[in-house]
Design a protein around this ligand. Structure first.
Ligand code: AMP
Length: 111
């Protein structure tokens, strides 16, 4: 699947659409999910143009992949999820029922 810039996360990354940004790194942002499914629900989104997890791992640089994963860990620490535990989810394609075709990882917890 080719990357389509006409998606909400592309617009959020480029500040064309407002969002609640919790952390911003060189290669990623962490935002609050607009329809939270837990008391803490954020999305870690790479700034690069990748459709899903597989596309990200195949095409992103090692630096981007490292920075992105550090971003997940920073979110876990900042939101104080370590003690109570958390879930990391990345929905891909049809089976994953992916809604937004820009790679992202959900972080859910109780905070
Ligand atoms: P999925 O692609 O299935 O992993 O889900 C996309 C997620 O993005 C859903 O949990 C939505 O609630 C969330 N979402 C969609 N639009 C926005 C937005 N403008 N700001 C924050 N989260 C959003």
């Amino acid at each position: 699947m080719a990357y389509d810039k006409n998606n909400i996360f592309f617009k959020i990354i480029h500040k064309e659409v407002p969002s609640e940004i919790i952390i911003e790194g060189k290669y990623f942002i962490v935002i609050k999910d607009i329809k939270p499914k837990a008391s803490v629900h954020v999305l870690v989104i790479p700034k690069g143009e990748y459709t899903d997890y597989g596309d990200f791992i195949e095409r992103a640089s090692s630096e981007e992949i490292f920075d992105f994963n550090k971003g997940i860990q920073l979110a876990i620490e900042k939101l104080q999820l370590k003690k109570g535990g958390y879930r990391l989810i990345s929905n891909c394609g049809d089976f994953g029922e992916q809604e937004v075709p820009h790679m992202h990882v959900h972080v859910l917890g109780n905070g």
